[in-house]
Design a protein around this ligand. Structure first.
Ligand code: BGC
Length: 759
């Protein structure tokens, strides 16, 4: 009986995938087809060893003098290891950085040596594909332009900035000799506890899809062989961001319908935008590690979504099928599972056994030859797509715009637009420049906390790799109002109070206390937490200062919305920055003193309590409260919240009709007028939410369906029009198919409402 049920379930899953498959058109791309033809020709001349080599990716550590787990400085390539890896094993791809960021000159030496060796010594002469995590600018090249991390970028609600950031990052990555960027993260950030939340574009599918699509266009342009462009890598496909525990790399349980509706769309938008590569999720979803799951790697990624590029494993994940997931007896079995499931390239990354064992598996008939051909063909096609055969590296001196004024001004603008003013009681902000200010708190004087992980070093915590001249919050405030007007006392570390009495006494002598709280840097597992509240020391710091009567302005610098309930109560104003990058200190000071009118909005729901972590698009039934009321959604701040120094008045919500058909060409035009009624120019994000009033799958209370960011001068007004079709309101229904059901839909734009019907 149990067996029969499982069989039935498998059948339903299979049928639903078949149905979904029929919706996807193959991507048409002439350039891609030409490159694929060239790759096919080359493939036909390769041996099994050559092909498997192309499927292998090792970390640069393995090529360096010394112990790969503990490299010496300066990092130096080892001739003997180059021979073993590139010639004997024919390895086709190298990644990462040995321990810490390099200067461009060092990158030049490393990349050109590797490429020269590959081209001259490797029997095939095929150049190496180098990949790097350039996730907020080329963060492993010293002196590069550093942008906000993705959550900060999403707070700008400005997709145009994402495109510009992508273009600058691509340029500076190529300027470092590297053509492949392991970015963006398209995991949907729907669990505030997850330590990689700051790497996402937040909780909303529409916002994240738009930002991701633009970032990819910025990275890749329309031709990745362009010396200013790189191949993007969508990660981590799929279901990585919502582990049940909230901790990194722990199992996720995501129903198929939910996976399709909330997790697939960001990746689908990126595939449709032409993304070249995808990195696979390290976790297990519904009991199966994604690295060994053909239902996800083939049926979903290839057949349903139409992805044609390279699928690379994540760091060490094939090995982890043995040691963590325990779905394979040994490394060899794990390799068979992963390659047969659909992994094209293995980020091994330190073990040179992979190509040897994979060859044995092919010879033993465990891995079919056509799977090897398919994978190697994809890798070779990518190498052609990147122009590596014509130009394995471009002249370094051609990149005169590296960290130029123009690049910096885009990063500065992104940082400024990423700052979110959450609270401003009695208009205490902006501060006057003549005020005497006490600056305190663990995030006040650190560039590391502004940049977060993947900066200089993996954990982003080594000040030796901070950019010269970039300002901390303290330094930015000092340069804005003069050092003589500013007193700095650290007050507390992340989790310990330091000489609190001194801070209390000092705050009485100042007009304002700017208390900078938040998180220290962390990347991946290291950032998993047991407690959502910030440590007690930070609460104590804010509360003790507030008790003196000196007005408190809190600056929050963090990678996820840590619970700050009493900090909020004890403060007069709060400004948040989700890892705004090198220009974050200046951007925060610009907002505090009114040189920039804040325009950031939350891309996540900010929770008030640790055990109430709902997203804004929860279900109606999520609202049931202990007192039997329906008021359980009570976040500290809602998704989309963010204040301005000016006032925007919304009026004239207008629908050009009140009935919409299911025909995709039929659109309803929803317009609204927005006027800047205040005393200064400002940017506003117009957010269109729509609620499906009745649906066969319990509908979320509302969903963001469109948004636009505009600039309005004083007294200026604009009419914004959104065009919505029935397809834009679809959800994944009972049969796991996208459907829009007839009935009433309610519109909400900034408190204005209307209703229309779908036939
Ligand atoms: C991370 C990826 C990253 C890779 C290479 C992994 O640990 O999960 O996001 O791209 O390392 O550095």
């Amino acid at each position: 009986m149990k067996q029969l049920t499982l069989l039935q379930l498998a059948l339903v899953w299979f049928m639903s995938l078949l149905l979904l498959t029929s919706c996807t058109e193959p991507v048409k791309n002439e350039q891609f087809s030409e490159n694929k033809e060239k790759a096919k020709k080359l493939l036909s001349s390769l041996t099994l060893e050559d092909k498997i080599g192309e499927m292998t990716q090792l970390a640069i550590d393995v090529l360096c003098v010394g112990n790969p787990y503990n490299l010496q400085d300066p990092v130096t390539l080892d001739e003997e290891k180059l021979k073993k890896v590139l010639v004997d094993l024919r390895v086709g791809s190298i990644l990462n950085v040995g321990g810490h960021a390099y200067s461009r000159e060092e990158w030049k030496l490393i990349i050109s040596t590797i490429q020269k060796y590959a081209i001259e010594e490797k029997p095939t002469g095929i150049p190496v594909l180098y990949g790097i995590d350039a996730v907020h600018g080329v963060n492993y090249t010293i002196g590069a332009t550093l942008f906000p991390q993705q959550l900060g970028l999403a707070s700008s609600w400005n997709p145009a900035l994402a495109r510009e950031m992508g273009a600058v990052t691509a340029y500076e990555t190529r300027a470092s000799g590297i053509p492949w960027d392991f970015s963006p993260v398209l995991d949907i950030g729907r669990d505030a506890r997850w330590p990689r939340l700051w790497e996402t574009f937040g909780e909303d599918v529409h916002l994240a899809s738009k930002m991701g699509e633009e970032l990819i266009i910025g990275y890749q342009g329309d031709n990745t062989a362009n010396p200013h462009k790189v191949a993007a890598c969508l990660k981590h496909f799929i279901g990585y961001s919502m582990p049940l525990t909230g901790k990194d790399r722990t199992p996720a349980w995501i129903p198929e319908r939910h996976l399709q509706e909330y997790f697939v769309p960001t990746f689908q938008a990126a595939v449709d935008a032409g993304a070249k590569t995808v990195m696979i999720c390290s976790g297990d979803v519904n009991g199966i590690p994604v690295h060994s799951n053909p239902l996800i790697l083939k049926d979903l990624l290839r057949d349903q979504m139409g992805f044609q590029g390279v699928a690379v494993s994540d760091w060490e994940d094939i090995g982890l099928l043995v040691s963590r997931h325990r779905v394979a007896q040994d490394f060899k079995e794990a390799i068979g599972l992963a390659v047969n499931a659909g992994i094209d390239m293995a980020m091994v990354p330190m073990d040179t056994e992979f190509p040897i064992l994979l060859k044995e598996l092919v010879e033993e008939g465990v891995v079919p030859m056509d799977r090897i051909d398919e994978a190697a063909l994809r890798v070779l096609t990518l190498k052609y797509e990147l122009g590596l055969f014509e130009n394995p590296f471009y002249p370094f001196e051609d990149y005169t715009e590296f960290n130029s004024e123009a690049h910096q001004s885009i990063a500065r603008e992104a940082a400024q637009e990423s700052v979110v003013m959450l609270k401003n009681e009695d208009d205490i902000l902006p501060l006057t420049k003549s005020a005497k200010i006490l600056v305190t708190g663990p995030t006040a004087h650190s560039l590391n906390v502004l940049n977060g992980g993947w900066t200089g070093v993996w954990q982003g915590n080594d000040p030796n790799y901070s950019t010269d001249g970039a300002k901390t919050i303290l330094e930015a405030i000092q340069s804005k109002i003069g050092g003589e007007n500013v007193t700095y006392l650290e007050g507390a570390s992340y989790d310990e109070v330091e000489d609190i009495q001194q801070v209390v006494t000092a705050s009485k002598r100042h007009d304002i206390a700017v208390v900078c709280v938040g998180e220290m840097t962390y990347t991946e597992i290291v950032g998993s937490i047991d407690e959502m509240r910030l440590p007690a020391a930070q609460f104590e710091l804010v509360e003790r200062i507030s008790a003196t009567g000196t007005p408190v302005v809190v600056v929050l610098v963090e990678g996820r919305p840590r619970v700050i309930t009493e900090i909020e109560e004890a403060s007069d104003a709060i400004v948040a920055a989700f890892l705004p990058g090198d220009f974050g200190g200046e951007a925060i000071a610009d907002v505090l003193f009114g040189d920039v009118n804040p325009s950031g909005k939350l891309p996540i729901t900010y929770p008030r309590f640790s055990n109430s972590l709902l997203t804004y698009d929860h279900k109606g039934t999520d609202l049931v409260k202990q007192d039997f009321s329906m008021n359980a959604f009570n976040p500290q701040w809602e998704f989309g919240h963010g204040l301005s120094y000016t006032e925007f008045i919304y009026s004239d919500l207008h629908l050009d009709k009140n009935k919409l058909s299911q025909n995709n060409d039929d659109k309803i035009q929803i317009s609204v007028n927005v006027r800047n009624n205040g005393k200064r120019a400002g940017k506003e994000v117009i957010q269109l939410f729509i609620s499906d009033m009745v649906a066969s799958i319990t509908p979320p209370v509302k969903r963001l369906r469109a948004f636009e960011k505009i600039n309005l001068e004083v007294g200026e007004s604009k009419t914004i029009t959104f065009s919505i079709s029935a397809k834009d309101l679809a959800f994944v229904g009972i049969e796991n198919k996208w459907i829009t059901e007839p009935g009433a839909f309610e519109i909400e734009i900034s408190g204005l409402n209307d209703v229309f019907e779908i036939d």
